[in-house]
Design a protein around this ligand. Structure first.
Ligand code: PRF
Length: 376
């Protein structure tokens, strides 16, 4: 994997770059649609490629390990072949998904014992095991096994957890060196900064992660309930330390506004379930704010879903029709809303890139943040 920094914004810390892997190029800043179990929910691979057109999507080790299970993915020749997706894939390590199980897991130095959310069976994830699973899934970018601390988190726990995440990182790196690639393309490995909302811990963690000398770095443990200001403050501390010449991935973030603010702080990669999950609940993101399409106010609004027309659904269907589909709980409603939201998120990061390259990012960001902070 290579990363080429094309331009850094003179007034903010926003960057435009280009990642190249064996599955193609990724223009940054980028948003990665979430395809947890090997599908971006409700979207055909053909629509994903032709209408939404992301350079990279995300999968989850935790879910894929439980179903269809690692051996099936290996027999298929990896996740790309299994799901018929020939562009980039990144897999999260399971560190966050296991943490979300709260009552059903036990974290120890050796690893995490957890109870499956599917059948209640017990499983164990270690840094070593997770590297092997990610080799078998075969994503282009694979993530370190970490502990994502909750918010709030007391200082003592955050510090202890951060040090364990660092020790787990060393174990991931050692084990990866001994674990050969399974397919005929390379895999890049990203370590993850933790440290909760404590500046000194974030600084320490960023230094440790930078020292690992990986081809890209991630920031975890944010967007877990802390105020947005705390998130931005932590991102800023970390991006000051992480190397300039490597991509930076802020995990699980966020709203369109969060994304623009973090791009301004020097983040290059994002993923979040928000555009897809909220779409299935009838929430639409637009350049002028959010829409609850289930609201009665759209009952007789025959105007297009979004006059910007980023994806074909925006102009092919009216708000009244989409509201109707949600009212009668038709599958197509969720599909249309998902394509719309992903189209909008992709537009947002592509437009951010254009504005960075044109030197107009700061003013555009201010305008967009104000504009998107509305309920229509
Ligand atoms: N760690 C991992 N995945 C993640 C996170 C993390 O801290 C987050 C936090 N927002 C989202 N996804 N491994």
């Amino acid at each position: 994997m290579t990363f080429e920094l094309k331009h850094t914004d003179p007034t903010t810390k926003a960057r435009a770059g280009k990642i190249t892997t064996d599955h193609g190029t990724i223009e940054t800043p980028i948003f990665m649609p979430v395809g947890t179990v090997g599908t971006v929910k409700g979207v055909h691979q053909r629509e994903l490629k032709e209408d939404i057109n992301p350079d990279i999507i995300l999968g989850n080790t935790y879910h894929l390990y439980l179903r269809p299970q690692t051996d099936v993915l290996e027999k298929a020749g990896g996740l790309h072949k299994f799901m018929n997706w020939d562009r980039n894939i990144l897999t999260d390590s399971g560190g966050y998904q296991v943490y979300s199980l709260s009552a059903n897991r036990k974290i120890k130095e050796e690893g995490v014992k957890f109870k499956s959310h599917i059948d209640g069976s017990y499983h164990f994830f270690s840094p070593e095991g997770v590297m092997e699973i990610q080799r078998a899934i075969g994503a282009d970018i694979i993530m370190a096994f970490d502990e994502c601390t909750p918010y709030p988190c007391d200082y003592k726990y955050a510090k202890r957890s951060m040090h364990m995440t660092h020790r787990w990182l060393d174990r991931c790196i050692n084990h990866l060196e001994k674990t050969p690639l399974k397919y005929d393309y390379n895999q890049a490995f990203f370590p993850i900064v933790q440290g909760s909302t404590y500046k000194d811990l974030r600084k320490q963690s960023a230094e440790y992660i930078a020292n690992a000398g990986a081809v890209g770095n991630a920031i975890g443990g944010l967007s877990v309930g802390e105020p947005a200001e705390a998130m931005y403050e932590m991102t800023e501390v970390v991006t000051e330390i992480l190397p300039q010449d490597k991509p930076r991935y802020l995990m699980g973030v966020g709203t369109p506004i969060n994304i623009l603010e973090n791009i301004a702080l020097g983040v290059d990669m994002f993923d979040c379930v928000m555009p897809t999950r909220n779409a299935r609940n009838g929430m639409l993101f637009t350049a002028h704010g959010t829409i609850n399409i289930k609201n009665v106010k759209w009952r007789e609004d025959f105007s297009p879903i979004d006059s910007m027309g980023i994806t074909y659904v925006d102009t092919q269907y009216s708000k009244a029709y989409l509201r109707h589909l949600f009212t009668v709980n038709e599958l197509l409603g969720k599909q249309i809303a998902t394509i719309h939201n992903l189209g909008f998120y992709m537009w947002l990061v592509r437009e951010a890139r254009k504005q960075i390259l044109a030197g107009t990012f700061a003013a555009w960001k201010t305008k967009m943040v104000k504009q998107m902070d509305n309920r229509l």
